[in-house]
Design a protein around this ligand. Structure first.
Ligand code: GDP
Ligand code: MG
Length: 213
């Protein structure tokens, strides 16, 4: 099925934080009951309808087997609109390691695009009794890094609707901004072509003036 727009999202974060579960959940796939560490998915797609009636195809790339200190090929990042930076609220290590991903991203961002949004996701909220990272700590980091923070359970689905709604709203905003930029560019091109046309007429006018006087 074709769509009006395509947006590329990708998951980043330590192994076992729930990136694959989130990818599957977000795109409405069935979640396997047993461990998924052996499943190497590249990306999943899902078409969403925006409030404007337009459709957007979301390509959700999932990092599999590339986690932790292994550099990810830079073409993986090309054209990315949004990153889900995921940690496990029951595993402090996965939270501590976020700075590694931020360094990795800022390195990539210099080379690629600058309008990419990073969303911080604290996963496994259903295991709150084993929580090792407080919501306050996560919110503080998110604020410092100018990221939105969501706490979810990719397994149970808690918080997923909120995350999805935020993403769709953001996509609508990005589309509106891009269309506005395009209109401005067209306007600029019109102005430039008018400016270019003006001197073209001058020699004729000069000629006319020359013969008349
Ligand atoms: P990845 O390595 O980051 O892709 O993590 P996976 O999606 O493969 O998940 C790792 C393990 O955590 C699996 O056993 C999942 O079933 C489990 N898991 C993922 N998300 C959640 C969650 O929200 N709650 C709970 N309790 N377990 C989860
Ligand atoms: Mg995985």
């Amino acid at each position: 099925m074709s769509s009006d727009y395509i947006f590329k999202y990708l998951t980043l974060g330590d192994f076992s934080v729930g990136k694959t579960t989130l990818t599957l959940r977000f795109t409405g796939e069935t979640i396997p009951k047993n461990s998924m560490s052996t499943i190497g998915i590249d990306f999943k797609t899902k078409i969403f309808t925006l409030s404007t009636g337009k459709t957007v195809k979301l390509l959700l790339y999932d990092t599999a087997g590339q986690e932790r200190f292994r550099k990810i090929a830079s073409n993986y990042y090309n054209g990315t609109d949004c990153v889900f930076l995921v940690f496990d609220i029951t595993n402090y290590e996965t939270f501590k390691i976020l700075s590694f991903w931020m360094d990795e991203l800022s390195e990539r961002l210099n080379q690629n695009q600058t309008d990419l949004e990073i969303i911080l996701i604290g996963n496994k909220s259903d295991l709150a009794e084993s929580r090792k990272v407080t919501r306050e700590d996560a919110e503080e980091v998110a604020e410092k890094m100018k990221m939105k923070y969501f706490e979810i359970s990719a397994m149970k689905g808690d918080g997923l609707e909120e995350l999805k709604n935020y993403c769709l709203q953001r996509i609508e905003n990005v589309i509106a901004q891009r269309e506005k930029n395009m209109e401005e560019e067209t306007y600029d091109v019109d102005r430039v072509s008018k400016l270019v046309e003006t001197p073209k007429k001058l020699p004729n006018q000069e000629k006319k003036n020359a013969t008349c006087c």
